[in-house]
Design a protein. Sequence first.
Lengths: 135, 197
Amino acid sequence: MQTVRGCSGLTITALATALVLLAVLITIAINIYTNYISKARVTVAHSVLDNAGKILLSYQMDKGSYPASIDFINCVDDQERMVFPSVFCSQMKEEFYSIESYSLIGTSYILTVRAKDNKHTLLTLTEGKITIEGR
Amino acid sequence: MDIHKRRIYYIEIKFQTKYILLTIFLLLTYTFAFIIIIFSPYILTLYFNFYSLSEKAEAARTLLILHSTVWPGIGAVILLFGAVSIYITHKIAGPLYRLKKSLFMITEGNLDVKVKLRKGDDLKDLAEHVNILVDTFRTFVTTVTVDYDLLSDYISEIERDIKANVLTEESGRKIIKKVQDSRKNIETALEKFKIQR
């Protein structure tokens, strides 16, 4: 008698196992991905803060000293003079989670901001030098 | 068989589960590969320290834009393909279920079965072949039944003639001729089927 063998193809068990393996792989990938999204947010904040440092340096070269204080709502100093251009001011508000503080200590200044990542990483700018919390 | 629209979408559980799992697997694999291809250049730029801060910032901005735009699209594609796969497996599983049921009835000896599929169903060719097979079986069984009746009549005729003692060589030859005709009919019907003896 001629017999026709049925081809079962992939079994549900094999597929489920493959799916579980893929799920593990995806979980690892998601972890790496979210880390890099956070890193991207910190990098963006870092870059904006770097530009802020350059603008503050040109302010210092122009006015002879760094601003005593900055009103970050309008980005003006204590004498209502523009510190940051309005476009950059908007960018700062958009790219930082918060601007924590600005203070003038002697001839130097400290500007601290928080990045928009999950941990709201603290970035500190001191005369062109940026330090990032946890690095 | 009723040919109204199916209300149950999960007919052949094993078959459909298997193909839904396969679709999910393929979708996830493609998405995974797609995401790696799309995001890896920017992730690598952020990873290596030999890139300048401005280059890293540009890569970071692009990565964040992609992050906020790509995922809704991917989600929509996964949902769409998931729904399409369920629809397609249903289009195959329905006819498969019907064919299975019909074949079971045929093996039970019911040769009045006719597989009817719904409009737009898949496996119509297979259903037609099953219908042709049933027709062939029905014709064969009808032929054999008719000839069985005829042969029964001839046997009765011979018995009657023997009993009445009127069986002559000529009447005997006539009956043998009729029996041979019936046998030929059965042989013709059997020629269609091949079996190893």
